[in-house]
Write a protein that binds this ligand. Structure first.
Ligand code: SF4
Length: 376
């Protein structure tokens, strides 16, 4: 199933561990089993391109490949020598798949022309991780990553080439980058460049190495904040979440700031609508609608029920599609088109408005605007 958050279906990652050495990095957590010194012992997947080349041939359904992960950055310094990403871009160019690169490095500019070709063939999304425009502060916390100015410049250059660009505004750091003024300045900078979307998030600190590394950095650079942090993360939840009331406050602040600026907080429909089979497009869209409506304080009870029914139906239908290797996705897609106008679709989604909405997107090729929440 595709990931609604990043609008991706497949993923690759050239490295494990990361020289960017962000002190809050979730990849440090024990649950990912990254061995050695997280900031220095970088595992290089030398055979990535040959594996990707053979795997791509077996892919039956269109979609977007996400490149990068929570435990490594594909454009970290080692990439300057290894150039694995050039090979990855060249292979993707020969397919009809789209690509999304997640990075904190301006080294992504080196491959702008390659990604431009991917964008012309299918689609390319650059997702730059950035939570503040304060260069000095962020250098203490993300010492190996490109500085804020360089990241903003990379965003601008990709945007100037009419590529899709979004910002992963996560994690906002409590008492450092989570204030109204700091988020507001970031939002204004991104608005002036014309980013397509922002995906915001708060800081989670899983008990163990991740939390210890981050607390050590706070004690060294922001000693006045350590007691506040201890209190905020005192519950030691396995998910690493802070106290619930803090998260609710942050969500409200972030929603208000980016909504006022009319920057969508999900990857907009126009970006992914031609990159997936119609059944996956609807799956992503419905999941996005749940958070878009919920952020506006609209009751999502009926919508959630419909999304859950649809997700179960797609999961089961995909199982039989996967078993029948001879069937093309086009056949599956055509069955889907017949299904949504049949009486059986009522059994999956008993909400008339939602069924009509899906028919308009699939059959009439309408697009959903994430700011106005209307079909165009
Ligand atoms: S760039 Fe990403 S993967 Fe690398 S250290 Fe920072 S948060 Fe972790």
């Amino acid at each position: 199933m595709p990931s609604p958050m990043f609008a991706c279906r497949y993923s690759v990652s050239p490295y494990v561990a990361c020289q960017h050495a962000c002190k809050y990095c979730d990849g440090r957590a024990e649950k990912y089993y990254v061995e050695g010194d997280f900031e220095k012992d970088i595992k290089i997947r030398k055979n990535l391109c040959s594996v990707l080349e053979s795997n791509i041939k077996n892919i039956r359904e269109p979609g977007i490949i996400s490149i990068g992960s929570g435990v490594s950055d594909p454009y970290q310094p080692v990439e300057e020598e290894e150039s694995l990403m050039r090979g990855v871009a060249e292979i993707i160019q020969t397919s009809s798949l789209g690509a999304a690169v997640l990075t904190k490095s301006s080294l992504v500019l080196r491959d702008l022309k390659l990604w431009e070709k991917v964008h012309k063939n299918s689609s390319f999304i650059l997702m730059v991780s950035l939570t503040s425009i304060d260069c000095e502060t962020m250098e203490l916390i993300e010492p190996g990553a490109s500085n804020t100015k360089k990241r903003l410049d990379a965003i601008k250059q990709y945007k100037d080439k009419k590529m899709y660009v979004g910002v992963l505004a996560m994690p906002f750091l409590p008492f450092i980058t989570d204030g109204e003024e700091s988020i507001g300045k970031l939002g204004s900078a991104l608005k002036s460049i014309g980013v397509d979307f922002v995906i915001p998030g708060g800081l989670t600190l899983r008990p163990g190495c991740q939390k210890e590394t981050y607390f050590e950095m706070i004690s060294r650079n922001f000693p006045d904040l350590i007691d506040k942090y201890k209190d905020l993360y005192c519950e030691n939840r396995q998910s690493g979440s802070p106290k619930r009331d803090y998260s609710q406050l942050l969500n409200k602040r972030v929603n208000r700031i980016f909504s006022d600026l009319e920057i969508p907080m999900e990857i907009p429909h126009y970006i992914y609508k031609n990159s997936f089979p119609l059944y996956d497009e609807i799956y992503i869209l419905l999941h996005h609608m749940v958070s878009l409506y919920s952020n506006r304080g609209i009751d999502i009870g009926a919508l959630k029920k419909g999304v859950s029914g649809y997700s179960k139906w797609l999961y089961n239908s995909r199982k039989s599609f996967n078993r029948n290797r001879r069937e093309s996705y086009k056949t599956f897609e055509n069955k889907f088109k017949q299904f949504i106008i049949s009486k059986d679709f009522y059994k999956i989604i008993d909400n008339r408005k939602l069924r009509e909405f899906i028919i308009q997107v699939v059959i009439d090729k309408r697009e959903f605007n994430y700011n106005t929440l209307k079909l165009i």
